[in-house]
Every structure is written in structure tokens, then in C-alpha cells.
Design a binder for this molecule. Structure first.
Ligand SMILES: *Cc1c(COP(=O)(O)O)cnc(C)c1O
Length: 356
């Protein structure tokens, strides 16, 4: 049976990415060797890294003065690299979820952290708005998409201070104005590649302002100056990232992804709203994520949760169990998820309603 992959991360990748990467594992760029056993300094692999960086810049219209780097260690290493490199004395953090809180915790090792707002009081089911932002912050850190709770900041914020954004789970899903950010970063394993690599888009003018010594590997400057080749990069994830970026470009780029993502999420949110057995955990439409759609059984039907899980599983839906801190269901509708998969889940919800 065809599987419909709704996992939150690692998560679905384009078939194009999986096939080309599988092929390169056997025979990379006609070398007769695996991409896993070729020097990262070979001309073939240097071309992969160069093209991946160039495609990120092209797809996101990255302006002059910004650099793109690929770094091991996932998004969680970025939680400490950001304050290490940018925090002189004081940074703001918007606490919209468990990942945001983890980023905030790391920053406290480096100076004063101001929590400008938090939605923890309501299990992070909304995005705080209208909060004060001190004008003397070195930066304000936001998490644009809260993978666990299904909330998303879908616009570029203008708050009068430099913004740093964790975009692990919504990068490449909608157009963004990179010039509004000092750093955009994320782990690759939600919308780009297998785990093992993080991306960062760094405004060069934001670097070099802190007095502290930065260990070489944690200094963005190192990775920029050496074009992500200071040490051995995660070659296989970077190769896969290049395939996904190529697929994005061949499929109309980011604007076209956004259109598809709005359509897919709309199908599912509409069904959640009209089906009396279910309800979305996020109430405000403008806060609802287009990437991770969280829903639970309506209060009077909570004992039917297992039944729906069984039905959806029997239709091939995989990975729809909600995160333990939210419960219920979470359908992740990343770029690579076809509309057909959402239609199968929606049909299962309709069938469930007609059977009960
Ligand atoms: C998954 C995720 C992370 C953690 O990524 P790692 O690469 O595992 O460190 C951080 N932030 C967000 C928003 C995520 O979805």
C-alpha cells in the first residue's frame, strides 16, 4: 500500500531527492565511487557544495552582504552559535514553544536574556502579539514555525531590532525577505535533507561585534571564509540538500511551493473545522501553521482517538500521532508531501464521521 508520510522530522523528501541520492551513494557524478567515499575537496564534491549554496541564494533572493553556510550539529548547535557570535550584552527571545525555550536557555550562558513574550500559559497554542520590544536588544530571536504546536509566524516582522529566526520547519515553504533578518538558520531534516546538517543565512555586517573569543568551529566567520569546508562537511546530507533545492527550482520555486502549501493546509483545516469529531488545537487562523497541522478529538469524542488512528493507519497514513506534549494528531504537510496524501487523510476523516 502507498504510504502517506506525515512525520514531523525527519520527514518526507521529494522522490527526486531520494532517488538521486541513492544513485550517488552507488556512483557519484560518474566517478565510479560513492559520494560517501570521495574527498570533500574533490572537484566533484566542491561543485555540489557551491551549487547548493548558490541555489539557496537564488531561491530565497538572498541579498548582497549575506552568506549561506552548511554546518553540522543541527539546529540545536545554532542555539548556542547565535548568542556566541551576536550577543554583546542583551538579547530578546520570543517564547513560542519548546524549541524557542531551548534556544533561550542557551542564550542565558552569554548575557541578559529578555523574554519579550510567551504563550507557554496556553501550552503554546497561539503566537503572542503586541508585546514590547526594548530598542537596545542586540537581536530578537523568533521561531517562525513551532513544529510541535502547529503555530507559525507567516510574515516578516518589523520590530525595530535585528531579528534572528529559527526556520527549521518552514524554510523554503513561503517567500521571505531575507534583508529583514541578521541570521536565519535551521536543521535540514524538516524540509530540505536528511538530518546531519544545518543551514544558516548570515548577514556579514552582524558579525565581528562581540569581544569574546569564539571557538573556531562555532564562529560563523570560519564557515563563511572556508565556504562550509573548514572541516569535513556532512557530505551526504549536503548532496541530498542540493537535490531538494534543484527540485524546488524545477517546480516553480518558493512562490509556487507556498501556493501548494496553502492549498494542502486549507484542505485539512477545512475538514477539521467542519467535521464534528475533530478540532484544531490552534484557534486563530493567522497563527495556524501551514507545515504542521495539530488537531485533537472534540471533547465528547476523546475516547475515539484510537479508532481514528487505526482507520488513518489502515489508509496508509504514517506519522500522524501528535507530539506527547499536545496529544491527538499532527499532520506535517511539508513541501514534498503531495496533495494526494492530504486528500487520503481528509477522506479517512470523512469516512470516520459517517461510521460514527
Ligand atoms: C526540529 C527542530 C529543531 C531541532 O533541530 P535539530 O537539528 O534536531 O537540533 C529546532 N527548531 C525547530 C523549530 C525544529 O522544528
Amino acid at each position: 500500500m502507498k504510504k502517506h508520510n506525515f512525520y514531523a522530522g525527519p520527514s518526507i523528501l521529494p522522490e527526486f531527492t531520494i532517488k538521486n541520492t541513492a544513485e550517488a551513494v552507488l556512483n557519484f557524478a560518474g566517478t565510479g565511487l560513492s559520494v560517501m567515499e570521495v574527498s570533500h575537496r574533490s572537484k566533484e564534491f566542491v561543485a555540489v557544495m557551491d551549487q547548493a549554496i548558490a541555489l539557496v541564494k537564488e531561491l530565497l533572493n538572498v541579498p548582497a552582504g549575506y552568506q549561506v553556510v552548511f554546518i553540522g550539529g543541527g539546529a540545536s548547535t545554532q542555539f548556542c552559535m547565535v548568542p556566541f557570535n551576536l550577543m554583546k550584552s542583551k538579547a530578546g527571545y520570543l517564547n513560542t514553544g519548546a524549541w524557542a525555550a531551548k534556544a533561550q536557555k542557551e542564550a542565558k550562558l552569554f548575557g541578559d536574556v529578555i523574554e519579550v513574550a510567551s504563550s507557554k500559559d496556553a501550552n503554546y497554542n497561539y503566537i503572542p502579539k503586541g508585546f514590547d520590544v526594548p530598542s537596545d536588544l542586540d537581536y530578537l530571536h523568533i521561531t517562525t514555525n513551532n513544529t510541535i504546536y502547529g503555530t507559525e509566524i507567516k510574515t516578516d516582522l518589523d520590530l525595530g531590532v535585528p531579528i534572528v529566526a529559527d526556520m527549521s520547519s518552514d524554510i523554503f515553504s513561503r517567500p521571505i525577505d531575507v534583508s529583514k533578518y541578521d541570521i536565519i538558520y535551521g536543521g535540514a531534516q524538516k524540509n530540505l535533507a536528511p538530518s546531519g546538517v544545518a543551514f544558516a543565512i548570515v548577514k556579514e555586517g552582524a558579525l565581528g561585534k562581540v569581544d569574546r573569543q569564539i571557538p573556531t568551529m562555532l564562529d560563523y566567520r570560519t564557515h563563511i571564509d572556508k565556504e562550509s569546508m573548514f572541516n569535513t562537511p556532512p557530505v551526504l546530507p549536503v548532496y541530498a540538500a542540493l537535490q531538494t533545492l534543484t527540485w524546488l527550482k524545477d517546480n516553480g520555486g518558493i512562490a509556487s511551493m507556498e501556493k501548494r502549501n496553502i492549498e494542502k493546509a486549507g484542505l485539512l483545516y477545512d475538514e477539521i473545522e467542519s467535521n464534528k469529531f475533530f478540532k484544531a488545537t490552534v484557534e486563530a487562523d493567522e497563527d495556524k501553521s501551514l507545515m504542521n497541522i495539530c488537531f485533537v478529538m472534540n471533547d465528547e469524542y476523546t475516547e475515539l482517538e484510537k479508532d481514528f488512528m487505526e482507520l488513518a493507519t489502515s489508509k496508509g497514513c504514517v506519522g500522524i500521532k501528535g507530539h506527547r506534549s499536545v496529544g491527538g494528531f499532527r499532520a506535517s504537510t511539508y513541501n514534498a508531501l503531495p496533495k494526494e496524501s492530504v486528500e487520503v487523510l481528509v477522506a479517512a476523516m470523512k469516512e470516520f464521521a459517517s461510521k460514527h
